[in-house]
Structures are given as C-alpha cells and as structure tokens.
Design a protein around this ligand. Sequence first.
Ligand code: NAP
Length: 249
Amino acid sequence: MPTKPLRVLVLGGTGEARCLAERLVADERISVITSLAGVTREPRSFAGALRTGGFGGAKGLQTFVVDERIDLLIDAAHPFAAQISANAAKASRGSGIQCLRLERPPWELQEGDRLTNVPDVQAAADAIPRGARAFVTVGRQDVAAFLVREDISVVARMIEPPDVAVPDHAEIILARPPFALADEKALMETKGISVLVAKNSGGTATEAKIVAARELSLQVIMVVRPEKPPVPTAADVDEMVDLIEGELG
Ligand code: NAP
C-alpha cells in the first residue's frame, strides 16, 4: 500500500521558494502548498497548490498547519520578512511541527566598497547626504521614507508601483529581477546616481547593483538583516531538498 505523502507548507515570497516548490512537486512522495502574503498583485506562477494572504499571526499559522495536517513547515520568506519568520518559529513550537528555513547568505563587504551599514530602512533614508541622487532599491513597501526627503533626488526601483504619492523629485522604475551588471552600470551612469541604497538581501538576482556601485566607486548604504529565530537553515534550494529528503528517510 502506498504511504501518505509528506505534506509541506512553503512560506514564499522569494525566487528560492518558487524553485523549491518546483523541485518538491516533482517528487511524488511530497505534497506542497506554497503560501504568499499577497503583497505582489501579480505574482509569478507556482508549482503545486497556492494559498494567498496572512494567517492571522502565529496562532493563525499554527491553526493552519494543524488543520491542513502539515508535516513540515519551510520558511522560505525574504531575509527581511522578519514577522512571518517569527510566526513560523512560534507556530512550530506550538504545534510540534518542524520548521526549516531556506535563507541565502548575505553579501559580504569586498575591497573597494564604499559601504555604510545601517540597522533599518529609516536609518538608510537618514544616512543619504543632502543633495545626493539616490538609487533606492528597498521595495515598494519601504520607499516612503526616501520620498519625503526633499533635499535629495530619488530614482526608486520596485516590481509594482508604490501605494504612496510620488513627488516631483522622485522617479519610479518598475522592473523585476534578475538584473545584469552592464544594465545596472548603464542605469546608474545615465541617471547620474551618487548613492545606492539596498537591503542586504544576498543572492545573485539583485547582486549586480552592488558590483556596479563598486565598479563605479559609488557610496552604498546597506540595510543589515533583521534577526530571525534560530531554526535549522539551508543556504540554497539543493541544501533544502537534501534536508527534506532526510525527513523522508
Ligand atoms: P513580514 O513583515 O514578515 O510579514 C507581515 C505579515 O504578512 C505576516 O505577519 C503575515 O501575516 C503576512 N505574511 C508574510 N509572508 C507571508 C506568507 N509567505 N504567507 C502568508 N502570509 C504572509 O513580511 P513583509 O516584509 O511584509 O513581506 C511580505 C512578503 O513579501 C513575504 O512573503 C516576503 O517573503 C516577501 N518579500 C519581502 C521583502 C522585504 O524586503 N520585506 C522583499 C521581497 C519579498 P499574518 O500575521 O496575518 O499571518
């Protein structure tokens, strides 16, 4: 008689979550549900089942994993999505269902970098020198703190338009990663950028802007990652698939 498939809930919001779902769906011993917050209005397609929207805090997530008879919870949220990771760790403790995290390593400082690390997005906005032309790549949910600075000019890139009004001293570029190094350099040069603002997201899809800023000797203001609760963590999809296969025995 066939054994029951391992039921996996993947907390998504990253390219890695999409890749992981695709890999797991191909394994008939595993059944996958991916969960998205619903902040991106037109997300890319996903392999396996998809659910969208908040759970209603850690308790709501715990209820969901128990009701859906989830065997394994995978936190593959963005490194800066601290709340859902905290909720996942709590729901795991409350339900006894194991939580694993898929999180790419941060970018490391390299020779030639003109880097200022800051603890959060507001500190990044405060750190931009007066008169600067800033290339802001923190995402639409966090762009407001930069748009209110009237003593700088802003080029802000994001996947979908912001919910806040865009003042005259700011320009919005809508684009989805990955980005190529030559394009990033050309963009920074043609827009006359003097400062790059980025979250330390890590990974290859958006790394070219960091390399471009290094090669153009631009100042980089980097928001460091928030702390997340300690759970067993894989640095990439291959490593996570190995961990999950370990669960299958
Ligand atoms: P967050 O602050 O950690 O989470 C806020 C709330 O959104 C959570 O409490 C939860 O609501 C809901 N939520 C978040 N991720 C969810 C998921 N995968 N499935 C269902 N509900 C989820 O997250 P955020 O920073 O707003 O990011 C939202 C989404 O965008 C995440 O999926 C994240 O991976 C992705 N993302 C974030 C960033 C970033 O820089 N923050 C960048 C790229 C992508 P309830 O408490 O009601 O369950």
